[in-house]
Design a protein around this ligand. Structure first.
Ligand SMILES: Nc1ncnc2c1ncn2[C@@H]1O[C@H](COP(=O)(O)OP(=O)(O)O)[C@@H](O)[C@H]1O
Ligand SMILES: [Mg+2]
Length: 272
């Protein structure tokens, strides 16, 4: 779905941000791109959808070279949720906001009306709301709804839960997970929240100073303390605690796993 081949990029010639980066993401995957602030995560996500172009190497989205494909074509394959919904929202009502991208992509008006209705219902949004006077969580939901209205095969989420409370966060992430599991939508989620990554991503790509430090299944990467440390990322609490308890806890990743393992140990007469 996404392929980076020897990609280098810098916003200016003097200061390279990405250096000879190669990786790929399979269709249907749910990948978290993690790393400290300034590691280059947002830059990578903007290279995927053609908002930025590599200075060396190639980025392929669904087999299309982003250097040779108009960004309007790439946008059909790739929905992009910005870190800040206010950079995305541009219309004065929720219904116009949701219809905006579909109109830009030339969808027929009856289909736009159908999709708008469906998405308003799914995300529990009032079509007449003025988006800018809604709460941060609601604005994020409006932005996500308008991205998903176009049914993209790839969804890029840049720090999707910044500024959201716990319930708003779960609501958005559960919806995204449903799309990934039931509709096979590929998800690339940029995040530095390891609890979120642990709960939702299937695979993790660790980035540091524009280089890939590691890529692998979430559970494996969560316990790769060396790589996480190098990337200046704090591991999620339960896997980290499990590591400290030793080998018997090697399969512990969630609170439920931890409780089962502790009960098992207590059952064997071991100390908690
Ligand atoms: N528009 C820009 N112009 C110049 N430098 C930028 C721009 N956007 C990001 N950078 C720089 O590129 C580096 C990587 O930034 P970014 O991709 O936003 O990192 P992350 O998303 O991992 O925090 C940082 O050093 C940042 O200051
Ligand atoms: Mg960023």
């Amino acid at each position: 779905m996404i392929r980076f081949e020897n990609v280098s990029f810098g916003y200016s010639e003097k200061r390279p941000i990405l250096n000879d980066l190669s990786f790929h993401i399979e269709k249907g995957d749910f990948v978290a791109l993690i790393g400290a602030n300034g590691a280059g995560k947002s830059t990578i996500s903007r290279l995927v959808n053609g908002l930025l172009h590599p200075t060396k190497g190639h980025v392929y989205l669904n087999g299309k070279d982003t250097l040779k494909t108009p960004s309007s074509t790439l946008a059909r394959d790739c929905g992009f949720l910005f870190q800040n919904p206010d950079r995305q929202i541009c219309e004065n009502t929720v219904k116009d906001e949701i219809a905006f991208s579909m109109k830009a992509q030339g969808w027929p008006s009856d289909l736009i009306a159908d999709r708008t209705r469906a998405v308003l219902e799914t995300f529990d949004l009032d079509p007449e709301w003025f988006p800018f006077s809604r709460s941060r969580g609601e604005r994020q939901r409006i932005a996500l709804a308008s991205v998903l209205a176009c049914e993209p095969g790839l969804l890029i989420l840049d720090e999707p839960t910044t500024g959201l409370d716990y319930l708003e966060c779960i609501r958005i992430m559960d919806h995204v997970t449903g799309l990934n599991q039931e509709k096979g939508v590929t998800v690339l989620m940029v995040s530095h929240d390891m609890e979120l990554v642990q709960s939702y991503a299937k695979n993790v790509l660790v980035l540091n100073h524009g280089q890939i430090l590691g890529q692998g299944p979430t559970n494996e990467m969560m316990k790769n303390v060396e790589v996480l440390k190098k990337a200046r990322v704090l591991p999620a609490q339960i896997p980290e605690l499990a590591l400290r308890f030793g080998d018997e806890f090697k399969d512990v990743f969630t609170v439920e796993d931890m409780l089962a393992a502790l009960r098992g140990r207590a059952g064997k007469g071991g100390a908690l």
